[in-house]
Each structure stands twice: as C-alpha cells, then as structure tokens.
Write a protein that binds this ligand. Structure first.
Ligand SMILES: [Zn+2]
Length: 285
C-alpha cells in the first residue's frame, strides 16, 4: 500500500485498515467500547498482577512514521509492546487488547508509588509521528475520539480525572509522549484529565539543576504527592530535572526547560489544591 499518495479525508475514512499478518490468525474478541470501529488482536498481553483492576489511563503517541508500522509493532508477537486501543488520525478507534487484560505499554514506570503501571492502567496509543519525525499537531477529529473513548472508560471503570496521564508522567526519564502539543486543556474541558490554567511565566527566582535546599525538598514532596516518581533528597539532580520537565510538558507547556520557576511551582500548587479531597495519587491504595 502506498502511504504517500494524496487522499482526501473521505477516502481515508473508507480505507481498509492494514491488519498485520500475525493478527489475522488471532481470534477476535468483543470490543469493550461501542465506539470501537475495528478489532486487531495483539498477542502481546498477560493477566493483571495481584488481581489489580485498571483505575488509570495512560496516553501515548505511536512515534512512528506511519500507522501501518505502528499497528504491526503493537500486534506482532516478539515486539513485547501493545496497547488496549489505538486512535487513528481520522478518529477511528482500534482495540488490540481486552481491557480486562494487562497490555504492555508503560514499561518501567511509576505513579503514586505504584511501579506496575501496566497492571492498573488502560493504555491508549494515539497515532502521531512524534518528536523524532516532525511531531505534527493532533487533528481535532482524533482528539474528539480520544475524549469519547476516555469518557467511556472513566465511567465504566470509575477512573478519576486526575488519573488520566501521559506516558511522560509515569516514565519521565525515558518518554516524551504524548508531548507538549497534546491538548490536555481540551480534554479537561470534557472532564478528561486534571488541569488548571498554568500560571504565567514571569521573571524571578528559580530552582534549578545543582540547587540544594529545603525549597527543593518541598517541591519534590509536592511532585511526589501529585504522583510523580521523584527522589526526596533536597538536591535538584538530573532525575529531579527530568520530572520537572515532564510536569511542564503536561501542565505548563509554554516553556520546557526543567527549571522550577514561579510559574511551574504555582501551577503545581494549584493542581494539588484542586484535587478532590481523597484524591491524592496514593489514596487509591
Ligand atoms: Zn508511550
């Protein structure tokens, strides 16, 4: 199939999905959501550990040049990666793993003290070439589909808004997806994800790489309270800087520099203050 040929949105909608060879032999399953348009079963999943149920959603981008390659990777045995859902640019939603099963999307990650994020989450891959391939904007139609899908999962599984997160939130040292162009504010307008309007960037004192102080420890404690896996050392080390960058990518995307300026810190405080009463990240355990 030529992926480079020009085609209008209508013809794209009609286009038959490229089903990876391996998936064609797998038994299909019933979709968990009525807005799923296609099932492409992936062999890459297992059982959720310790009987955990999904109570969080992790959003990703595929980070590959085309949808064919992304689906092949997610649905071929041996790659050791998968996701429950893939949302195409035209808004179609493909399900690859039943929600009851443990898909392999988060990798080494942590949120609210939980290291086995795959066992307690639903993974959604959003088709986008990502930072390595030009990082295009997310089309509105695709974002509308992500919102509808997440709303259904949140209702069915009682996922609180603040437990809809990005891969970069749970794996700050390794991942950038879905990235700073992802419109978290639009999702929040529909009740998906937790968001406050970021405090404006202004000149002033900042905490940054190398700083050792009680203020750094307070910031680390605030980030950890929100859910981030961050060392509580009082030292602004490389790991802390990565977490601050991940926080900015999600909640204060106007400047991604890993420097905890006034805007970053007050946005973090406003987020914590606006969590539901029992809603700190570790309250679910
Ligand atoms: Zn990811």
């Amino acid at each position: 199939m030529s992926s480079g040929s020009p085609s209008g949105s209508d013809s794209k909608r009609q286009r038959v999905l490229p089903v990876p060879k391996a998936a064609a032999n797998m038994r299909p399953f019933e979709p968990d959501s009525s807005i799923v348009s296609d099932i492409i079963p992936s062999p890459n999943y297992g059982e959720r550990n310790k009987g955990r149920q999904a109570d969080m959603i992790v959003l990703h981008y595929t980070g590959m040049p085309d949808v064919e390659g992304a689906l092949a990777r997610l649905c071929t045995a041996g790659t050791e990666v998968s996701a429950h859902y893939v949302v195409l640019e035209d808004g179609r939603i493909v399900q690859c793993v039943p929600e009851a099963k443990r898909a392999w999307h988060a990798g080494v990650s942590s949120w609210g003290g939980e290291d086995d994020v795959n066992s307690c989450s639903i993974g959604i891959e959003i088709v986008n070439r990502g930072h390595d391939w030009g990082y295009p904007e997310f089309p509105l139609r695709q974002i509308a589909a992500v919102i509808a899908l997440c709303r259904g999962i949140m209702l069915r599984r009682k996922v609180p808004a603040h437990r809809v997160l990005g891969h970069s939130d749970v794996a700050p040292a390794r991942k950038k997806d879905p990235g700073e162009k992802f419109p978290w504010h639009s999702l929040a307008n529909s009740g998906v994800g937790h968001w406050v309007t970021p405090a404006p960037v202004v000149r002033g004192e900042s905490l940054m790489l190398g700083t050792i102080s009680d203020a750094v420890l307070s910031m680390q404690q605030a980030l950890a309270k929100y859910g981030y896996g961050v060392p509580l050392t009082g030292k602004y080390d490389a790991a802390t800087m990565e977490v601050v960058t991940a926080f900015q990518r999600h909640f204060r995307p106007a400047r991604l520099d890993g420097v905890a300026d006034h805007s970053t810190l007050s946005t973090l405080q406003a987020l914590l203050a606006s969590l539901p009463p029992e809603g700190t990240a570790d309250a679910s355990k």
